[in-house]
Design a protein around this ligand. Structure first.
Ligand code: ADP
Length: 613
């Protein structure tokens, strides 16, 4: 009795699950017992009609065969109960409707009854199997739904978490960068600021790593290609990680082949992340010896399209052959006792996906105990755009030229610290600036004051940024104002929603002041003059002739250091040059800090080939 009760409860819960699933996905799962019974009725009727015509010639022979398809289809559609109902209807049809089928009754003697029982038992089996299949399908469907739900909750959780972490990081990184660029900051202070910036960026990287894995899992990862300074990117990775290498007593060298163009169109963020991970691992898993970063260009025929080959080689602990594939799986780590530093096991999994998205593949060759070589090639397009903004990454903006005077900018942001940060970035540029602490206030001020551009935070009390943008765009008076959203939210869908709400552009927090300059250049036609763009003009005056005045041993040392792209070695040589000719040393230092090793290298080569050295 208890068993019967147990099974009835199970059957009811199953039905409840079915209708739950049904309500979510009508197309995939349209099972409903009423439908099953109706189908049973219709199909048994159809089988009976077939028996009347055209199968009447069969008379009382093989009557059950006609009804099997009806039972099977019903059971497959509706499960056990519908199948049993169809079997029962078939038996009744054969027993009562025989006058329509032929001259004699079909069920007459004991053997006919046995035939009916066998038919019923077969149908019971068919229905039970169909029920099991349906349950398995439903379970799979519910599991997919639950996994989707869990994935959605995870993405929302991660997006919220990253929002909470990015907002204070925006202030930390932004103010540190501003303070670093202030006049009067000593070299010591600047070096300390650099550490804060790097640590903040590392933290940001970790947050991004976790987010990226969830984006990869949900298939929403996209390429963001634009002109990037490869030289700068590589030196940044090198200098960022060299500190760790030096601490461990490892030599970390960077060599960029002269054929590698300085500016290429590539997804800089993703490339940066792959290289940081590969070089970081190489240093982490090397106890003594060297880590070599090499970059080569492989031309593809057309002058602008080429493949860049990145190699990171170490003399570290190596990877056993059986694990060389597995290290690219998320969370896979080899337990190496001699390595103290920990990791997340996500870096290579993300790197592999990024490289594939960029059209390449990360390969590894490794000898256990001897070291590893990781390499990948990605297609890139050389860019002629050596934009001011790219140079600005390394330099300091010194002047701004406005298209017209007194342009007005409204900052709508609830966080006072972030308002202050943006005001500080904009302060040297002579804009007329006003602030609002929520969307409602922003809409009111914009209506009365008519700013040229609004920087709009998205999450705010009273009225959020999206609603404020909608309100502004639907008002004749304010609909032409450029609205640039500032968001610490990291999901692509959110970005799309922001744009649909009426914002013209989106900047992700934490932002670099260059992101703000880019917006001002794009929407207010501001022109920025940087220390480096001025330096670049000066740099053109370097024609290498001045090198003729230097002793040949210094030239040889400079040539070797430039060939190795080693800024420290170059700086050591220029210190010696400074004692002889301060002007030439100054010019060379400028080139070295701009990573223009090729110019030095070319100048010496041309003087040598002209026999002047
Ligand atoms: P993490 O370094 O955070 O553990 P990764 O995904 O970057 O995660 O690397 C996964 C694993 O692959 C590492 O834990 C390590 O066992 C192995 N590995 C990666 N790079 C190297 C390397 N250069 N030398 C030796 N082992 C490596």
């Amino acid at each position: 009795m208890r068993k019967v009760f147990h099974w009835s409860v199970k059957a009811c819960t199953f039905k409840a699950q079915i209708s739950m699933a049904q309500s979510k996905n009508k197309y995939l799962y349209t099972k409903h017992w009423w439908n099953g019974f109706a189908l049973a009725y219709a199909l048994v009727m159809l089988a009976s009609l077939l028996r009347i015509w055209p199968l009447q010639i069969l008379g009382m022979k093989i009557p059950w065969v006609t009804f099997y398809p009806a039972v099977m289809i019903t059971a497959l559609y509706g499960g056990l109960y519908s199948g049993l109902f169809a079997s029962l209807l078939s038996c009744l049809a054969i027993y009562f409707l025989w006058p329509f089928f032929g001259p004699n009754p079909i069920i007459v003697e004991g053997a006919d009854w046995i035939g009916m029982i066998v038919f019923f038992l077969n149908c019971l089996m068919i229905s039970a199997i169909a029920e099991a299949m349906l349950r398995a399908r439903l379970r799979a469907f519910i599991a997919i739904e639950e996994a989707d739900k869990a994935n959605r909750s995870k993405s929302i959780f991660l997006a919220n978490m990253s929002h909470e972490l990015r907002t204070p990081l925006n202030a930390i990184l932004g103010f540190t960068r501003l303070t670093k660029k202030m006049d009067g900051a000593s070299e010591n202070i600047q070096a300390n600021m650099d550490i804060v910036i790097r640590s903040g960026e590392h933290l940001l990287n970790l947050i991004n790593n976790v987010l990226d894995i969830s984006k990869i899992e949900s298939g929403t990862l996209k390429l963001e290609e634009k002109t990037a300074d490869i030289n700068f990117l590589l030196h940044e990775v090198h200098s960022l990680l060299s500190i760790r290498a030096v601490e461990k007593g490892i030599v970390c060298s960077l060599s960029i082949h002269p054929d590698v163009p300085r500016f290429v169109i590539v997804d800089q963020g993703k490339l940066h992340q792959i290289l940081l991970n590969l070089v970081g691992n190489a240093i982490k898993f090397t106890i003594t010896g060297t880590v070599k970063i090499r970059v080569n260009a492989v031309r593809n025929g057309t002058p602008d399209s080429l493949r860049l080959r990145f190699e990171v080689e170490d003399t570290g602990v190596g990877i056993p052959p059986k694990d060389q594939r597995k290290i690219f799986e998320p969370f896979f780590q080899i337990s190496q006792q001699e390595i103290k530093e920990t990791g997340t096991g996500l870096g290579l999994a993300i790197g592999r996906q990024y490289a594939e998205l960029m059209g390449g593949k990360i390969h590894v060759h490794s000898d256990e105990g001897k070291g590893s070589l990781f390499y990948f090639e990605i297609p890139v397009t050389a860019s002629s755009e050596s934009s001011e903004l790219l140079l600005a990454i390394q330099g300091r903006m010194t002047r701004v030229v406005h298209e017209k005077d007194n342009q007005k900018i409204l900052i709508v942001e609830d966080e006072p610290v972030n308002r202050l940060l943006l005001r500080n970035i904009l302060a040297p540029m002579n804009y007329d600036i006003r602030e609002a602490s929520n969307g409602k206030e922003g809409v009111d001020i914009a209506g009365n004051w008519g700013p040229d551009l609004i920087f709009m935070d998205i999450r705010m009390p009273v009225m959020n940024g999206k609603d404020a943008a909608k309100a502004l765009k639907s008002d004749e008076k304010t609909k032409n104002i450029t609205i640039v959203a500032l968001t610490a939210h990291a999901l692509e869908e959110e970005r799309q929603e922001i744009l649909t709400a009426g914002c013209n552009d989106v900047i992700s927090k934490p932002y670099h002041e260059n992101n703000i300059y880019e917006i001002l250049a794009k929407y207010l036609n501001a022109q920025f003059i940087y220390e480096h763009s001025e330096a670049a003009t000066k740099e053109n005056t370097f024609n290498g002739q001045t090198l003729e005045l230097l002793p040949s041993d210094l030239i040889a040392d400079l040539y070797n250091a430039a060939m190795l792209l080693d800024s420290n070695a170059c700086a050591a040589v220029t210190e010696r040059i400074h004692l002889i000719n301060a002007d030439v040393a100054g010019q060379l230092n400028q080139l070295i800090s701009d990573y223009q090793f090729k110019q030095i290298f070319d100048a010496i080569t041309s003087l040598r080939s002209n026999g002047k050295l």
